[in-house]
Ligand binder design. Sequence first.
Ligand SMILES: [Mn+2]
Length: 276
Amino acid sequence: MLPARGRALISADLHGNFADFEALRRRFEALRAGGDEVHWVLLGDLVHGPSPAARARRPALFDYDDASPELVEAVLELRRRHPDNVHVLLGNHDHGHVGGVHTQKFYDDEVVTLEIRCTRAQRAAIRELFGEALLSAIAPCGLLLAHGCPDDHIRRYADLDDVDLRFEANDPYHRHLLATFTRSYGQRAEVTRRLLAQISEDVAPVQVMVHGHDVDEDGWYSESEHQLSAVIFGAPPAAKRYLEVDLSARYAGASALREGIELRRIHGGDPETAGG
Ligand SMILES: [Mn+2]
């Protein structure tokens, strides 16, 4: 649970794109320098960049060097400097390195493909960062955060604390929570509405499910008033977006997150954004 003061940057899938990470880090540092209390929530899938074939096939989306090991080390380093302000949620690609299913978006086994090119220290950094990652967080301005867009099977929010990241070590209920918070795609509006109502009753009022995991060339999408995804990976550079929210505000629905104010481009285009 984030505090009800200051600002939060919320960014989705980076997939090893160091330039995108740096743009967001500059914004994080600039806001801190302005004297605000600033949090940064990374919604997972930090690792696994495009293969050479994918880069050649869709250069407008995928033509960048996969800097997954360096990105993991840089996030760890930033979190060491700001342990209470940098929060990493677990994505399905990250999960493959700490007990989850090995993904195969760009290679037959992306976990093995990445780890064999890492140094021993980089492999340790990957295990440290993802082994400690959270499945979800709540911003008290009304946002429920996760990598996936989970269904409404969760009974109590605290049940997430009992999930073991080693997929097979869980009973069916906790295994389902692990899967749906890291891997589910968009839910029907009534499913997300029930989930938000449950969490609101259990923990704190939340009106919008903010998640990553999916691509959209517009740089964001919303299936209903209850769901919003700001897209980095899978959008062209000029469209890539993240959220910058006022933690002391109340956002009543997805449309309360305004273009250019809360829903911002990571590479310039909006006043006072990261630039570059
Ligand atoms: Mn994902």
